[in-house]
Write a protein that binds this ligand. Structure first.
Ligand SMILES: [Zn+2]
Length: 283
C-alpha cells in the first residue's frame, strides 16, 4: 500500500508533469472510484487548470482553478493499488484504468486501481480542510515536540500508534517497521513508557527513513509506480519489512515476524529488545 514516500513521489511527479495543465475532458470508466455522482464530478472538474499539488500523510489534493470562481480540489487516495500516471493519449489503456483526465490535447492523467480501494473526490476548500484536519501532523513535517507529546500516556503497541493516521499521518506497515528498527524499539513497546531519549531517536528515525525513501522514489510492493510508470527503488534498502528469517543487517540474527492488530510486524529481537512491560494484545 502506498505510504508517505510513494504518495510524495507521485506528488512531485504531478508537480513536474501536470502543473499548469488544463483538464479538457473527463472520462469515468468505473464510477465506483468516484465519491458522489460521476456526472457531477466531471462538470466540476472539466475546464479547470491544475495550479497546485498538496499532500498530507497519504492524501493528495490537486488544486483546480477556473478564472474568478472559488477553487476546487481533486482529493485522491491511492488506497492499496492505486496508480496515477501521465501518458500520451494514444498509449493503449491498461486494464483497470478507471478515470481519464485529458491534460491539454496530447496527454492524459490516468487513474488505475486493480483492487479499487482508491478514491477520487471533487471538493471545496472547506471540505478539503475538514479531511486534512482529521489527520494528525504529517510525518515528514511533524516537530519533535508534537511527536513526543503525541506519545505521552499512550498505552497500545507503538507499532499501531505509528500507523494511526489521526495521530501521525503518512506511515503504514513498511515505514513503521523500518523506523522502529532504526530506533531500536520493539513494536510492542508502549509509547507512553518509551524513554525521552528513545522517543527522540524514534522521531529522528521516522524522519530519516522517510527522507531516504522519498529520495529513492518509494518502495514497490503490489502495484505502486510513479507518475511516469516507474517502480520505486527503496526495496533493496529495507532492513526488516518482509525479511522474516533473513539475517539482521546489523547483528546477523534472524528477523522475526509477529502480528499486531491484524498486521504483520517485522523486527530483530536482538536489536529491538522486548521491554519489561509490553502492550497487551487484544485477541
Ligand atoms: Zn539485529
Amino acid at each position: 500500500m502506498p505510504e508517505l514516500p510513494e504518495v510524495e513521489t507521485v506528488s512531485q511527479g504531478l508537480q513536474k508533469l501536470a502543473l499548469g495543465c488544463r483538464i479538457l475532458a473527463v472520462e469515468v470508466r468505473h464510477p465506483g472510484v468516484i465519491v458522489g455522482s460521476p456526472e457531477r464530478f466531471a462538470t466540476e472538474v472539466e475546464g479547470r487548470t491544475i495550479v497546485s499539488v498538496q499532500r498530507k500523510g497519504k492524501a493528495l489534493a490537486l488544486e483546480l482553478s477556473s478564472g474568478n470562481e472559488p477553487p476546487r480540489f481533486l482529493l485522491v487516495r491511492l488506497g492499496m493499488t492505486g496508480q496515477f500516471t501521465v501518458s500520451a493519449r494514444q498509449t493503449p489503456l491498461e486494464p483497470h484504468t478507471h478515470v481519464l483526465l485529458a491534460l491539454g490535447e496530447r496527454e492524459e492523467l490516468r487513474f488505475r486501481d486493480v483492487r479499487r480501494f482508491g478514491r477520487i473526490r471533487s471538493c471545496t476548500r472547506e471540505e478539503l480542510e475538514a479531511v486534512f484536519g482529521r489527520l494528525g501532523p504529517d510525518a515528514q513535517r511533524v516537530t519533535e515536540e508534537q511527536f513526543l507529546s503525541a506519545m505521552r500516556a499512550r498505552r497500545g503497541a507503538i507499532k499501531s500508534w505509528l500507523m494511526n493516521q489521526q495521530l501521525l499521518a503518512g506511515l503504514g506497515n513498511i515505514y513503521a517497521d523500518e523506523s522502529l528498527f532504526v530506533a531500536g524499539i520493539h513494536p510492542l513497546a508502549q509509547p507512553g513508557r518509551v524513554s525521552a531519549p528513545k522517543g527522540r531517536r524514534l522521531f529522528k528515525a521516522v524522519r530519516k527513513v522517510l527522507e531516504h525513501a522519498v529520495k529513492l522514489q518509494g518502495t514497490s510492493f503490489r502495484d505502486y509506480v510513479d507518475i511516469e510508470g516507474r517502480p520505486g527503488n527503496y526495496e533493496q534498502r529495507l532492513r526488516v519489512y518482509q525479511r522474516t528469517g533473513k539475517p539482521c543487517r546489523r547483528c546477523g540474527r534472524p528477523i522475526r515476524r509477529i502480528v499486531i492488530a491484524g498486521r504483520s510486524s517485522h523486527f530483530c529481537p536482538h536489536c529491538q529488545p522486548r521491554p519489561r512491560q509490553i502492550a497487551r494484545q487484544k485477541h
